[in-house]
Ligand binder design. Structure first.
Ligand code: NDP
Length: 246
């Protein structure tokens, strides 16, 4: 359905995994879509080509979410290319799993820089351009609510921060007609969390549905939250996890 005609979206980390599926889905909804990447220019290009060959508008921008200037530039490039910005999807994220005694300060700083600070900077820049009907959609994690294994403490910390940032931001931006929501996926089959890994059988068993999710299933929730129909949803953390937290 062409429910985002005339809208412009920016998806961080749109070259692979969830971000690539989200970028393609928003383009199917008829938004013009900018996407950022860091190390996968070819994959980013493939996403752009897929969108363009279906008649959509897309743009790939190299921007490390840990680099404040690069993130600001990505927002500026998006507005320059497409003339406005309506939807920001803060998807770029990294996971490092290690027990607390072995977790390096470097990895801690990197997770905070990408998963938290990058979200703050992108959001602050993006809302300068957003009006009534604007949408901030964060990709958190169910690990914000449930960490059923060891080694996930710092990753969970960053995703918990996204859940609370979402609530506060909804209060800041509500009067301007901008909604802010946090999608918390359970296990989704991507490079970050492959469904054929050795740990995967364990994880599958923890879901009610006994399976991993697919990126397209998460993209469907993004599509809904980005639409006009979702105008009364804000400040919410929405689990889409196959019953992982049921
Ligand atoms: P992937 O590792 O499969 O893909 C990550 C994407 O983010 C890639 O496009 C990558 O681009 C980009 N990216 C990584 N680091 C940076 C950076 N520093 N700056 C800009 N872009 C970056 O991850 P997923 O698709 O699985 O995860 C996407 C989001 O979903 C993350 O926030 C993750 O925490 C969250 N999530 C994932 C779950 C899962 O089970 N898969 C579950 C719950 C949440 P490039 O290749 O160019 O570096």
């Amino acid at each position: 359905a062409k429910k985002l005609t005339g809208k412009v979206a920016l998806v961080t980390g749109g070259s692979r995994g969830l971000g690539a599926a989200i970028a393609k889905r928003l383009a199917e909804d008829d938004a013009a879509v900018a996407l950022t990447y860091t190390s996968s220019p070819q994959k980013a290009d493939e996403v752009v080509q897929t969108i363009e060959s279906a008649g959509g508008k897309a743009l790939a921008i190299r921007a490390d979410s840990a680099d404040v200037e690069a993130v600001k530039n990505a927002v500026a490039e998006t507005v320059k290319a497409f003339g406005r910005l309506d939807i920001l999807v803060n998807n770029a994220g990294v996971a490092v799993l290690a027990p607390i005694d072995q977790f390096s300060l470097e990895d801690f700083d990197r997770l905070v820089a990408i998963n938290i600070k990058g979200v703050f900077v992108a959001t602050q820049e993006a809302v300068r351009h957003m009006g009534e009907g604007g949408r901030i959609i964060n990709i958190g994690s169910v690990n914000s609510d449930l960490v059923p294994f060891a080694g996930g403490s710092v990753y969970a910390l960053t995703k918990g921060a996204i859940a609370s940032f979402t609530r506060g931001l909804a209060r800041d931006l509500g009067p301007r007609g901008i909604t802010v929501n946090n999608i918390q996926p359970g296990p989704v089959d991507t490079d970050m969390n492959p469904a054929d890994g050795s740990f995967a059988d364990n994880i599958k068993g923890m879901t009610a549905l006994q399976r991993y999710g697919q990126s397209d299933e998460i993209a469907g929730m993004v599509s809904y939250l980005a639409s006009a129909e979702a105008g009364f949803v804000t400040g919410a953390s929405l689990n889409i996890d196959g019953g992982f937290t049921a």
